[in-house]
Write a protein that binds this ligand. Structure first.
Ligand code: GLY
Length: 424
């Protein structure tokens, strides 16, 4: 197959590797990064321009377009590619509103009978102040629209909650969602779907705060691990039956079928599994730990989703290994990351057994050297016989990589064997 992959992050590097390694597929990435360049060809094409992507895919006889990030989805890139008759992995614009609007996703959950937090949507500061008065701290205040991982504030401080709500509604056309706080361990479950059939991948846990012990500001994610030894055995089946399938059925019933990746952001509360949010694409950094465990060829799975044939797809096969991924971020991430610092030690890091480095905010400079170009610079993934071994390998490898003031959390997957699901 000839595959066009849109995006440039660690998620796209992991998707690229899982799609082409050990196959004869040809891969084109727009715009890609130094990691995808080693797996295919990076091309100069704006991933957010629906007509440009569809035209390029048509002119180059692409068999499958895979859309990594959310921005092209909400801009209608999948619609434009589908209109050319080219299989595309990623939902159309209307269906991507499951991620593009929290209010819309709450409406779908209510219609589908899916358990989530009680919420109020507000469009101005007066409404937001009245709504906040109806909730107890900690206050959960979410930008209704896409916010690149910076849309959610959870705080005990009413003034801070009001200030974030004001910032959300001040965006033209903006709104804010205020909801009940939920407590418990969080899980990300990716579900591949063709709009009818749902095929779950293996669950992962993401670490969103910048510093150890879940301190510091929220980030896009500082690391992840899979599998989760503390989950009940029937967890995945329960999420498919009570969350993913009802949502996919509701979207189809409305005439806006969701075909692509339904990312279920979940929390295990004392009252059962609740949805925190949906995303319309693979998560980052969970993708970089889940896909290395998948034995089934990823491109075949995504092609089956894109062509509506998932019902007949073989059962997925998984490695027994545990997988741990640790993000190395730039100085001052997430506030104002310092960019342009030389990165050394990647080759050395990859000499550690079963370690692979995924590039994100990294680029090649004019001298052919790697340098930092974004907040989350790279992720070191290691497989191991168990989480302890995978952790040990990941941290040995990351200690070999250096750039000025690079930062990583030291506690990714450290407490995975001690997590307890709360009971009432
Ligand atoms: N890891 C969180 C996300 O991808 O949104």
């Amino acid at each position: 197959m000839d595959i066009l992959l849109l995006g440039s992050g660690g998620r796209e590097h992991a998707l690229a590797r899982a799609m082409v390694a050990g196959t004869d597929h040809a891969l084109y990435c727009a715009p890609g990064n130094p990691g995808t360049m080693a797996l295919g060809k990076n091309i100069d094409l704006n991933p957010n321009d629906p007509d440009a992507v569809a035209t390029w895919a048509k002119e180059n006889d692409i068999d499958l377009v895979v859309i990594g990030p959310e921005a092209p989805l909400v801009l209608g890139v999948a619609d434009a590619v589908r209109a050319q008759g080219i299989p595309v992995f990623g939902p159309n614009k209307d269906a991507a509103m499951l991620e593009g609007s929290k209010t819309f996703s709450k409406e779908i959950m209510e219609a589908a009978g899916v358990a989530t937090a009680r919420c109020i949507t507000c469009e101005d500061t007066t409404q937001a102040e009245e709504a906040l008065a109806q909730f107890e701290p900690p206050y959960v205040v979410k930008n209704d629209g896409l916010a690149a991982g910076k849309g959610v504030v959870v705080t005990d401080d009413l003034a801070a909650a009001q200030a974030h709500a004001a910032a959300c509604v001040e965006i033209p056309g903006g709104a804010v969602v205020i909801e009940d706080f939920m407590s418990g361990p969080e899980v990300s479950l990716f579900c591949v779907t063709d709009g009818k059939t749902v095929v779950p991948l293996q669950p992962a846990q993401d670490f969103k705060r910048a510093l150890d012990n879940d301190m510091g500001p929220n980030t896009g994610g500082m690391g992840a691990y899979s599998p989760l030894p503390w989950l009940p055995e029937n967890f995945v089946d329960e999420v498919v039956a009570r969350v993913a399938q009802p949502v996919i059925d509701e979207m189809a019933r409305r005439g806006t079928p969701f075909s692509g990746l339904l990312y279920c952001g979940l929390i295990l509360t004392s009252r059962g599994i609740r949805v925190i949010e949906f995303n319309a694409r693979f998560g980052d950094p969970e993708t970089q730990v889940v896909l290395p465990r998948l034995k089934t060829p990823l491109a075949d799975l995504l092609y089956a989703a894109a062509t509506g044939t998932l019902e007949d797809f073989e059962e997925l096969e998984w490695r027994d290994d545990a997988s741990v991924g640790v993000v190395l971020s730039a100085q001052n991430y997430p506030a104002t990351p310092v960019l342009g610092d030389r990165i050394d030690g990647i080759t050395d890091a990859e000499t550690v057994e079963d370690v692979h480095v995924y590039f994100a905010g990294a680029r090649e400079n004019e001298n052919g050297e790697l340098e930092t170009s974004g907040g989350r610079v790279l992720l070191v993934n290691a497989l191991g016989a168990d989480l302890d071994q995978a952790r040990e390998r990941a941290y040995t490898a990351i200690s070999k990589i250096a750039f000025r003031e690079g930062h990583y959390r030291t506690d990714i997957a450290a407490r995975a064997n001690d997590i307890k699901i709360p009971t009432e």
